[in-house]
Each structure stands twice: as structure tokens, then as C-alpha cells.
Write a protein that binds this ligand. Structure first.
Ligand SMILES: Cc1cc2nc3c(=O)[nH]c(=O)nc-3n(C[C@H](O)[C@H](O)[C@H](O)COP(=O)(O)OP(=O)(O)OC[C@H]3O[C@@H](n4cnc5c(N)ncnc54)[C@H](O)[C@@H]3O)c2cc1C
Length: 439
């Protein structure tokens, strides 16, 4: 029997499109459906949208967490056909067109899965237990607390081995997130440590970057990779390419190049996998735990279920492994699906999705970024300004744009950051003392 929940009570007679996820894909789709003859119900386990590209700046204390989040309800104030419920979807029941959620059972006529991705630890439960992921705001705040707590502990610990482990930061994964985190840590080491942490030497703080591929920013041009390596190396980041982390027990990190690093902080930016509720047939799950969809984002084997963004795998000749897990792909899929849903409802022919790659950007540090815009490769200050403009313009909410802009301006001129706050203590489950196997 159906549980009558508040969203069910609000049901209208028009077809109901339920969107799971208020990320880049879900938001764009709901906007696209503004004047469509449907009722849109968005479900998200959080009541806000997160601008993930700036999570690393929250983790490093450069900007406030609230400035990269925006209330989903606020975005849709003027939408007559839109309803939002803060709800976590547990299971999709395809045979009854219903969802099991933590607020009850919800019926859909059309379902769009836009649940994004989560950190991939590649099945290593020990690393998952001890390393720090950074996929959402709570995780970025945990990381911020841990980095700052470890520096505070390093100031007062008499055990030199522990002190160095507390001041050693290892980033795993040399994609844009890993490179940006390393650049920010290197900047903290050079500009902030000796200024604000009297008693700690910047020469005792170490930053390592471990990347499995033979170059950083492997999805970008070789020019961008070379520039990232040069700038990070100049910032005293030790880079291991073609290297894979084998184990981490909360103190010793072992790499397959024979190195062992003693560290209390491992930041895991080495991969993602699709995140989805139960109820998708195993045969519809592709590489990277993504849902196989056809050229209009419809889940293979289904009539009325669609998937967009990071969770979707649309294999084309140009993208044999599906589209890249980036915001523009999710946004463009949301736009196209919005148009196609209306066409489907009106029994009109649909149009296949075509991805327009507008280029890639990554920042490496102060005044330093790389940009691949087709055949044009920019680096240094121009790329850094472009990176800043693109990110400010893409943030949701006028106030957020202003807050981030002014935070950056203040950080730039003071060469310091104001959000280095341990607002909530992060209790890391790690062994207190560890026997040194090298002794
Ligand atoms: C640290 C980091 C940096 C990044 N930097 C860049 C960058 O510089 N440029 C770029 O283009 N891309 C970047 N990305 C990737 C980009 O953020 C993603 O590609 C994009 O967010 C995907 O959009 P989406 O709509 O598929 O999912 P998301 O934006 O991840 O949204 C998914 C939503 O679904 C909700 N959800 C998940 N499961 C459930 C459930 N069961 N029930 C209810 N709600 C659920 C989540 O709460 C979330 O709000 C970055 C990602 C990260 C993590």
C-alpha cells in the first residue's frame, strides 16, 4: 500500500517528472522544464546545490563553505510547476514507477537520475577508512579541520617522528582536484606557515603528489601537464608519476615505487564512481559504476527512466568511455533532456545529445593556471584570471559571486586566508602509535 507523503498530497494531473539530484545536471533540467506541461519534483538528500570545483578552497580555508552552496528552493522561487523535497532516494521500483525514500514512497511518470558520483577507493577498505575524500561540503570541512588540527598538534608534540608525520600531506591523484589541492598546500607552506605558526618551520612541512599516469592533468594537453609539474615542483611539491598507492594504515603510506611516507593526512582525489540508488539492473551498469544510457539519456531497457551527468554513461564514437565527468557535460545533458522530454510527451521526434567541449581549466596556485581552449593553450596569469572569471560567473547566487570575489581579493593582497577555522573538531580514527618497520 502507498504511504501518503507530503509530495504525494501535492500531485497534479499533469505528468510528474521526478529528478533525483540538485547538482549541475538536475538543476539545468528543472530550469529547462519551466514552462513545460509537467510537474517537476526534485529530490535531494541535501537542501542545497554544491559548486564542487571550489571545494578544495573550502578545505584549505581560503573561502567559506556557505559561499559555494546555494539553497535549491531559492533557485526555483518563481517556478509554478516545481516542488522540492529534501529526501534521500533508497530504491527505484521500476515495475510500480515508485521510489522508496526516507520520507516515504513517491510516484513518478518520468524519472531522471542525476545523482552524480562519489569517491572511488577501488575496493581498498583500509585506504577508504584512513584517507580523506573531498566530494561534498561536509567532507571538505572535515579535511579543513584535520589539516589545521594536525598543524596545531605538530606545534606541541615532542615526538619528532610524529611531528613530521603531522606536517606531511600526501595528495593521491594528479587530476585538476589533486593539482589544485597541492598548489594550495604549497602556497600555505610558503605564505602562511612561518607567518601564523611561530614554532613551525616551512622546511618541515612536506607536500607529496602521487599520480598513477605518467603525467599530471592527463585529460589536458601535454603543455598543461608540463606547466603544472614545473610550478608544483618549484613550490617544493614532490611528485611521483606512474606510481600507485598500495596501502595506508593511518601512518605509513606505501607506494608501488618502493617509497614509504609517514603521514597523518592523505587526501584522496584519485577517482570517482557513479552514485545511484538501488534498483538499476546490473546489465545497465557500465564502467565506473555509471548507468548505460542511449543518445537521449534514456536508461537502456527502460521507457521512462533517464540518467544525466556524472552517473550516466553515454557511449559514442567520440566518447567510447562515456562523456567526461565535468559540470558542462552534466549541464548540456540536462538542457537536451529537458527539450527531449517535452518532445516525448508531445509524441514528437527526439534529438540525440551532442556534447560541445568548451575547453578545460585548472589552477596551480597564485597567478598560475593552465587553460586548453581548442588549439589554444594558455598558462600563467592570463589563464589564472580566466579561471577566476569562469568560476565566479558559474557560482549560483549573486551574493556568493560577491563573497567569493572579495575573499579572493583579500587573500590576494594580504597573502593570507581568513577561513582557517576548526569550527567542529574532526576525530580521525587513526592508530596513536605505530611500530616503524624500518627500525
Ligand atoms: C573536488 C571536485 C572538483 C571538481 N572540479 C571541477 C571543475 O573544475 N570543472 C568541472 O567542470 N567539473 C569539476 N568537477 C566535477 C563536477 O563537479 C561534476 O562533473 C558535476 O558536479 C556533475 O554534476 P551532476 O549533476 O551529475 O552531479 P552532482 O553535481 O554531483 O549532483 C548530484 C546531486 O545528487 C544528490 N544525490 C545523490 N544521491 C542521492 C540520493 N540517493 N537521493 C537524493 N539525492 C541524491 C547529491 O546530494 C547531489 O546534490 C569537480 C568535482 C569535484 C568533486
Amino acid at each position: 500500500m502507498f504511504t501518503v507523503t507530503p509530495p504525494e498530497a501535492n500531485r497534479q494531473s499533469r505528468p510528474r517528472v521526478v529528478i533525483i539530484g540538485g547538482g549541475f545536471g538536475g538543476l539545468t533540467l528543472a530550469k529547462q522544464l519551466k514552462n513545460a506541461p509537467v510537474d517537476v519534483l526534485m529530490l535531494d538528500k541535501q537542501n542545497y546545490h554544491t559548486f564542487q570545483p571550489l571545494l578544495y578552497q573550502v578545505a584549505i580555508g581560503s573561502i567559506a563553505a556557505d559561499s559555494i552552496a546555494f539553497p535549491i528552493r531559492r533557485i526555483f522561487t518563481k517556478y509554478d510547476n516545481f516542488t522540492f523535497n529534501m529526501a534521500e532516494v533508497k530504491k527505484i521500483n521500476q515495475e510500480s514507477n515508485t521510489l522508496d525514500t526516507n520520507v516515504g514512497t513517491i510516484h513518478y511518470d518520468y524519472l531522471v537520475i542525476a545523482t552524480g558520483s562519489n569517491t572511488n577507493f577501488f575496493g581498498n577498505s583500509e585506504i577508504e577508512h584512513y584517507a580523506m575524500p573531498m566530494k561534498n561540503i561536509p567532507e571538505a570541512l572535515n579535511l579543513r579541520s584535520l589539516i589545521l588540527q594536525n598543524l596545531e598538534k605538530a606545534l606541541v608534540t615532542a615526538d619528532m617522528r610524529e611531528k613530521f608525520a603531522l606536517m606531511t600531506f600526501v595528495v593521491v591523484g594528479g587530476g585538476p582536484t589533486g593539482v589544485e589541492l597541492c598548489g594550495a598546500l604549497a602556497e600555505m607552506r610558503h605564505l602562511i606557515l612561518s607567518k601564523d605558526y611561530h614554532g613551525l618551520s616551512k622546511y618541515d612541512m612536506r607536500v607529496y603528489l602521487v599520480e598513477g599516469k605518467d603525467r599530471l592533468l592527463a585529460a589536458m594537453s601535454p603543455e598543461a601537464s608540463a606547466r603544472a609539474k614545473k610550478i608544483l615542483t618549484e613550490g617544493d611539491v614532490t611528485i611521483f608519476n606512474s606510481a600507485h598507492v598500495q596501502s595506508y594504515d593511518g601512518f605509513f603510506l606505501n607506494i608501488d615505487n618502493g617509497k614509504t611516507i609517514k603521514t597523518r593526512t592523505v587526501l584522496w582525489a584519485a577517482g570517482v564512481k557513479g552514485e545511484m540508488p538501488e534498483g538499476i539492473a546490473a546489465g545497465s551498469i557500465a564502467r565506473g559504476n555509471r548507468i548505460s544510457v542511449d543518445e537521449i539519456s534514456r536508461v537502456k531497457g527502460s521507457q521512462n527512466i533517464f540518467a544525466i551527468g556524472d552517473v550516466a554513461s553515454m557511449v559514442t564514437e567520440e566518447y567510447p568511455n562515456g562523456h567526461p565527468g565535468v559540470a558542462p557535460a552534466a549541464i548540456q545533458q540536462g538542457e537536451t533532456l529537458g527539450k527531449n522530454l517535452v518532445r516525448l510527451i508531445n509524441n514528437q521526434p527526439t534529438e540525440p545529445f551532442k556534447y560541445h567541449d568548451k575547453g578545460s581549466l585548472a589552477t596551480i596556485g597564485r597567478n598560475e593556471a593552465v587553460a586548453d581552449l581548442g588549439k589554444l593553450h594558455l598558462k600563467g596569469f592570463i589563464a589564472w584570471v580566466l579561471w577566476g572569471l569562469v568560476h565566479i560567473m558559474s557560482l549560483a547566487g549573486f551574493a556568493n559571486k560577491g563573497i567569493v570575489f572579495f575573499s579572493w581579493a583579500i587573500n590576494y593582497f594580504t597573502k593570507n586566508t581568513d577561513n582557517r577555522l576548526v569550527v567542529r573538531y574532526f576525530k580521525k580514527d587513526a592508530p596513536e602509535t605505530v611500530e616503524d618497520p624500518q627500525k
